[in-house]
Design a protein around this ligand. Structure first.
Ligand SMILES: N[C@@H](CCC(=O)N[C@@H](CS)C(=O)NCC(=O)O)C(=O)O
Length: 290
């Protein structure tokens, strides 16, 4: 079983290879990642956006090496090794693990909060408005993780023998995207309008991977082209295109992206529904993603 997913190319390619090489030197803050993994890309984007000094360590999470499991018993990437003693977030001392991409991203944003790390990716402050805005960001981050992302795998892993049709899976997926888009502020390309935030980061890796559905699935994503959505939906998809164009051209997203054809190869097993990854198995069983 395990052999199904352990034959992945071992290293990032394209721009991601350069970004990884620029962060290959020993550093107390380590991101253990797999180049193909969208959850890893979230953390990688945050490190890039904030220009946080770190070491990127490429591993294959399907090989459950004991050292890897010792850091993260769930056996998933991203896994972060965090220096916990010494002065400040970058201080030396003991390294402790952290995992789960949303938690890693929030941690990085919070721990690296000096001016040199730029504008916070999750709005700060304790006024009622600021507290509400932060909670609202978390709400839509939750929507991405629990509605849009599972919908992506349900479409990508659809095969003719399933107890649901690809049309059903696609309609659900598109509805979840539309629900998200309706919450976007119109004053700029990003979810919050002019301000780039963790909400954008969370969906970015799957926006980049949408072409895999077009590549592998009959009927593709079904996202309507300009002028074809009709009625109210036209405005929604117009707003989506503004966000999509901006996010897929964002430097941090491009710099953590390998060559397109490598993803086509890596996701073939998802498209054929033979992947034994925890996410693929959960999707098959209709369970929550790991
Ligand atoms: N909830 C986790 C999911 C991470 C995840 O599923 N990572 C995949 C790679 S994309 C993995 O490590 N899979 C190993 C496995 O399925 O055994 C997160 O947000 O970090």
């Amino acid at each position: 079983m395990a052999s199904v997913d352990t034959s992945l190319p071992p290293k990032p390619t394209g721009a991601a290879a350069d970004f990884a090489a620029a962060h290959a030197d020993e550093h107390a803050l380590k991101l253990y990642g797999g180049w193909f993994c969208p959850f890893v890309q979230r953390s990688w984007i945050v490190l890039h956006e904030k220009e946080i000094p770190h070491q990127y360590v490429e591993i294959n999470p399907y090989h459950k090496a004991p050292e890897f499991l010792a850091l993260n018993p769930r056996g998933l990437v991203p896994t972060l090794a965090v220096p916990t003693s010494g002065s400040g977030a970058g201080g030396g001392g003991e390294e402790k693990p952290l995992y789960e991409s949303t938690i890693i991203c929030e941690f990085l944003d919070e721990a690296y909060n000096e001016e040199k790390y730029g504008t916070p990716l999750l709005p700060r402050g304790n006024t009622p408005q600021e507290t509400y805005l932060r909670a609202r960001c978390r709400l839509w981050i939750d929507h991405v993780g629990n509605k849009i992302v599972p919908g992506f795998y349900r479409v990508l892993q659809h095969t003719p023998g399933k107890d649901y049709t690809i049309e059903e899976a696609r309609a659900n997926f598109l509805n979840q995207i539309k629900t998200f888009v309706k919450e976007m502020d119109d004053s700029g390309p990003w979810f919050l309008g002019e301000k780039f935030s963790l909400v954008d980061v969370m969906l970015a890796p799957w926006a980049k991977r949408l072409f895999l559905i077009d590549h592998y699935k009959p009927g593709g994503t079904g996202i309507p082209a300009e002028g074809t959505a009709g009625d109210d939906d036209e405005e929604i998809w117009k707003r989506w295109r503004v966000w999509f164009d901006a996010i897929t051209k964002r430097k941090s997203v491009l710099d953590t992206w390998s060559a397109d054809e490598m993803y086509i190869e890596a996701y073939k097993r998802y498209a054929e529904d033979t992947s034994q990854s925890q996410a693929a198995q959960a999707t098959r069983k209709g369970e929550r993603l790991p």
